[in-house]
Design a protein around this ligand. Sequence first.
Ligand code: SF4
Length: 333
Amino acid sequence: GRVLLEVRNLVKYFPVRGGIFRHVVAWVKAVDDVSFTIHEGETLGLVGESGCGKTTVGQAILRLTEPTRGQVIFDGQDLLKLKGEALKRARRNLQIVFQDPYGSLDPRLPIEESIAEGLHIHGIGTPAERFEIVLEMLRKVGMEDYHAMRYPHEFSGGQRQRIGIARALVLRPKFLVLDEPVSALDVSIQAQVLNLLRDLQREFGLTYLFIAHNLGVVEHISDRVAVMYLGKIVEVAPRDVLFGNPMHPYTQALMSAIPIPDPTVKRQRIILKGDVPSPLNPPAGCRFHPRCPMAMGICARQEPELREVAPGHFVHCWLYQPHEAEPVTAQTD
Ligand code: SF4
């Protein structure tokens, strides 16, 4: 398919204020020069530990947070340049499903009102038509008509996530950011919601950015996968390539943590030293170097580029790009 969404050199720094004047004393480099494309009808999985910036990327695309720099080209239009009515019109096509549907469902309102909210905002339909659309969306996500007048607390977690999806789809968007949509659910329910998302994608021709902290969750739903670490994309590849041949040491470590259902297969778990450093003053050079089992001298000094090592397979690591030989350290004793 054609490119539907292109994120170019996206940067989001959050100011840290201090002192009695609340002036900016530092910047949290949450997203630092991130670029990727998503084709129409495709699912791009975006994976990384908490604090890596993946949620900020999703929010910046929808302008729920204003990016510091960069471009978000959707359907040929730079969303970051739009204002007022033009922005409102463009936004109909981009919606988000959150990890916790309580965030988007008002506990004081029957769910029909939360689902219909987008229709109100955009002045779509008469009340009777809006009610019909709400019922149709409920059926699409596997719920019943009589659920419409119930309240969020009357539903299970899985049902609430279905309602969150109905709410996101009511305006018939082209693109959804799915921000950890199954992370809060029991494993048995996760598969049902993932299958629903796949069915809806086919039926409505949707394009997904699927954000998760766990590679296992994105494996079955993604066409391609991007791995983030401390504000940077460190590896992008088609799903089977990434899972079959992870090249970045961080991806390899994440991969080694996925449980294998077959107990006869042994996998060496790679345990990383230390915790993810703060995006406030991230390490110089390759940001992963303090934890990387393969780190070389150059890694601490200079940042590698995100280089295409095979068609569609990009890696941000010195192991796969030419660099000066390490200086030989003289042995003095
Ligand atoms: Fe490890 Fe160096 Fe590659 Fe970074 S650039 S992932 S420190 S080998």
